[in-house]
Design a protein around this ligand. Sequence first.
Ligand code: MG
Ligand code: ZN
Length: 219
Amino acid sequence: MKIPVVENVLKANDALATENRLLLDEKNIRAINIMSAPGSGKTTLLQKTIEDLKGELRCGVLVGDLQTTRDAERLETSGAPVVQINTGRGCHLDAMQVAQGLRSLDLDAIDLLFIENVGNMVCPAGFDLGEHYRAILLSIPEGDDKVAKYPTLFQKADVVLLTKIDLSLVLHFRVQQVREDLAALQAKVPFIELSTVKQQNLEEWYGWLRSIAGGTMTG
Ligand code: MG
Ligand code: ZN
């Protein structure tokens, strides 16, 4: 049995997502939808990234959470423009919320827009927000079986970031398992193992960001 309501909701979302992308293109902004489970280090990585790229790339953030403005407050200390979107009971961001968030940002003052999605490995993958790229985080404490368990999310990735790698030995995390599971999904995307705390391999992530931002300049 088909459920037309769900189909219509997704169609409306896709139309709005396309509008968002057109607006971002017009303003020469590259947008990255950051998705992961709660607690994988999205906000911490963004704080560090924005600070380290200061003076080079002008970053802005839309951050989605069910409640609180805590992530926005953390991110604002970096000096970047930040808009918190509270979704209430909603467990993912949708294109309408992003459209509203975009209205609160000075789009002429941004090169890279990070959209930190609500921490959730399931439905955020089903909602196009108008982004150009999707970065998926997986942290060591979550376990090395998550790519196989949540394939839809990882299939959509343009880059996969394995975070908190400073904990991999103590938690007996098998990185090779993750590599094999990604290969099985045909996810031929950059796979970056990093630690924000120990400042490991952050340059690799920044290099990826520079490469996509560079695309903006020629566009
Ligand atoms: Mg967060
Ligand atoms: Zn949801």
